[in-house]
Design a binder for this molecule. Structure first.
Ligand SMILES: CC(C)(COP(=O)(O)OP(=O)(O)OC[C@H]1O[C@@H](n2cnc3c(N)ncnc32)[C@H](O)[C@@H]1OP(=O)(O)O)[C@@H](O)C(=O)NCCC(=O)NCCS
Length: 254
């Protein structure tokens, strides 16, 4: 693995101790790494490159995995990586955990809003939305309230919309300049198949268009046929590149 980098260890450790749960950026020798908790599991951390900064080296990643293991994080997952971002992670012993399809839609010719009552969800309701999320997604892939908060904060302008009271479905969407993002969508299984998911997506598209976005991106697991059918039926088209989530357990050597 070559020589160890100049110590990220103490830095990672102290940052995580001080503000555990919040995303942290570690910079070593001009390389950057974003570290946070994996929103779906208490002993899982998440790492990823920092947009616009030099990618982490394999050595920095190995050191970070070791430090995170010492802090009790048995498993480390990446953010959704573009193929051009895989290399240092693979060299540090990370392997594929999931593949995501990226879809895009121009914000023209929007469908009319279906007759499903939606409202803006207040922050105090986010723990309930996390319950919806955890019921909707497979074990380990659901968001907790801080994961919803991260999704909301991922773009300069965002909003969280919900259906039902108590909420049975919700969506987080966001905008950065003219680009819109559907960051998260979940409907609890007991309420699914009644048009709530479709209404939440249309609501997000219409809001983004009204705020000046020209297109919307969304990603979903390659195996999530139901969500893919929903997006395709609403005019999204698959982009050729696949995003990947990689992972490494504490005991897996690079
Ligand atoms: C995907 C999801 C949001 C759909 O929500 P929903 O409220 O059940 O969806 P809707 O009732 O609006 O149906 C929308 C489309 O979903 C698909 N769908 C709905 N129920 C379905 C079922 N029982 N079987 C297969 N497809 C179904 C259909 O394509 C449907 O289109 P239609 O309205 O022309 O029939 C919901 O199933 C869910 O939360 N899944 C888990 C989390 C997830 O996948 N999130 C999105 C990806 S990140």
């Amino acid at each position: 693995m070559g020589t160890a980098p100049r110590l990220p260890s103490a830095l990672v450790t102290s940052l995580l101790r001080r503000r555990a749960g919040l995303p942290q950026v570690v910079r070593v020798d001009g390389r950057s790494l974003r570290i946070s908790r994996w929103p779906g599991g208490r002993h899982v951390a998440q790492v990823g490159p920092v947009p616009g900064e030099a990618p982490p080296s394999p050595e920095l990643l190995v050191a970070a995995v070791d430090d995170l293991a010492a802090l009790g994080f048995d498993d480390v997952m990446t953010t959704a990586l573009h193929p051009s971002e895989h290399r240092p992670f693979v060299d540090a012993g990370f392997a594929e955990r999931d593949r995501l399809v990226l879809l895009r839609r121009d914000l023209t010719e929007l469908p009319p809003s279906p007759p499903v009552a939606l409202r803006t969800a207040r922050r105090r309701e986010w723990p309930r939305l996390a319950e919806v999320d955890q019921q909707a997604f497979p074990p380990g892939w659901g968001l907790d309230a801080s994961g919803i908060s991260d999704a909301f904060a991922a773009t300069p302008f965002g909003r969280v919309r919900a259906a039902g009271r108590p909420a049975c479905g919700y969506a987080v969407s966001g905008r950065s300049r003219s680009r819109g993002y559907l960051q998260r969508l979940a409907v609890e299984p007991s309420a699914s198949g009644r048009g709530v998911g479709r209404a939440l997506v249309i609501d997000a598209l219409r809001w983004l268009a009204a705020r000046g976005a020209t297109d919307c991106l969304v990603n979903t697991q390659e195996t999530n046929r139901r969500a893919l059918d929903l997006y395709l039926s609403l005019g999204f088209a698959e982009l050729p590149e696949r995003l990947m989530i990689l992972g490494r357990s504490r005991d897996e050597a690079p």
